[in-house]
Design a protein. Structure first.
Length: 364
């Protein structure tokens, strides 16, 4: 019943729909990580407007990982955003993290809100914000939580929807990971892909600034998002990035952003060909074979579990697992596959094998 109700609620979620914004992909929302001064805010907005950006974003309240950093100018910056709106004709957006923030912006002319990753991770905080926004016709974008938890992300959207918010979208900004990576936040593309599969009507924006953590990664990440069918980009842009008070390494100039957007290759999602249909049929056959092989592997793993039970052996054989992981990842690399991809596949298979063997060990 709960799942059915949620699917029904999500079906009635609407696009963020801002009248003068370009409806073509990608819808670009851009501006500095933080509104630092009125001059910096206006200068960045004017340059972005000159490049055709219609929605300006700037953080006023900045929840930082550690104390002591710049935490935003607060409510004083609302007047700066109102001036941006008056003088450039742009829509303006900012992040909220508490009901107090929500109340402050609802009294102003701010057009769009977003909820940050740290806030999304706290259901109590999201519910308080949802209650503060209840019944208001204002678009809200929800960043993914810092941890790779799809259900927590969906839950935040559901809380807003239950509060009567209709125009909702999400922002993919990457996830904290213990694995070493070239990215500040690992993209884990499979999570937003699964979100799109389950709720195709929900608009998804990519935040290449936070995923990459470096300005040279903004362009390739933006292109990847477009290749995956994302609806828009949520980019940090500053008139003088090297002088930014926060996240300077990942901010780009308005002119650099314009170049990136012009160079994006936008592929239409509805186009199909006979050749494509044939290749998909081939993929379906290969998937069938993979499933049959996995089922056969699990059958053998269960036989091993019975042997271990009979001889009083522990289920987990660490040395054997390490040898398998090393050998198969190298074999995958020789076949042109990514080592990390193969490790993740092997880990999932091993976890299921262990689960099956534990079930056998526990049988009376």
């Amino acid at each position: 019943m709960a799942v059915s109700f949620f699917r029904s609620a999500m079906t009635h979620t609407e696009p963020i729909r801002l009248a003068a914004a370009d409806s073509r992909r990608p819808l670009v929302i851009a501006g500095p990580c933080s509104a630092e001064t009125e001059e910096q805010t206006l200068a960045t907005a004017r340059q972005l407007a000159d490049e055709g950006v219609r929605i300006f974003r700037a953080g006023l309240w900045k929840p930082r990982t550690k104390p002591g950093g710049f935490e935003g100018v607060g409510s004083a910056g609302i007047a700066w955003l109102e001036r941006v709106k008056r003088e450039t004709g742009m829509y303006v957006a900012t992040e909220i993290a508490t009901p107090h923030h929500a109340e402050a912006v609802l009294e102003s002319g701010i057009d769009l809100l977003w909820i940050g990753a740290r806030t999304t991770a706290n259901p109590f905080a999201v519910q308080e914000i949802a209650d503060a926004l209840s019944g208001r016709d204002i678009p809200v974008l929800v960043k993914n939580p810092v941890s790779p938890d799809l259900e927590l992300w969906i839950g935040a959207v559901e809380r807003l929807r239950n509060a009567g918010i209709r125009r909702i979208g999400v922002i993919h900004r990457g996830f904290t990971s213990i694995d070493r990576s070239r990215y500040r936040n690992h993209p884990m593309w499979g999570i937003p892909i699964e979100l799109r599969r389950r709720f195709p009507e929900l608009e998804i924006f990519c935040d290449p600034s936070h995923i990459g953590g470096a300005r040279e990664l903004v362009a390739p990440l933006a292109q990847r998002a477009m290749d995956l069918g994302f609806d828009g980009l949520f980019v940090e842009s500053h008139c003088r990035p090297d002088e930014a008070w926060s996240d300077k390494a990942q901010q780009i100039t308005p002119q650099a952003l314009a170049r990136i957007v012009r160079q994006l290759v936008i592929r239409e999602t509805a186009t199909t060909t006979d050749n494509l249909n044939g290749l998909r049929a081939e993929i379906d056959k290969l998937d069938d074979r993979l499933l049959e092989l996995l089922a056969e592997r699990m059958r053998v793993a269960c036989e091993i579990g019975r042997c271990k039970k009979e001889h009083g052996m522990p289920v987990l054989q660490t040395r054997r697992y390490e040898q398998l992981l090393s050998r198969r990842t190298e074999q995958a690399a020789e076949l042109g596959m990514d080592r990390e991809f193969m490790r993740s596949v092997l880990r999932a298979i091993h976890e299921e094998s262990v689960r099956q063997q534990m079930r056998i060990i526990d049988e009376k």
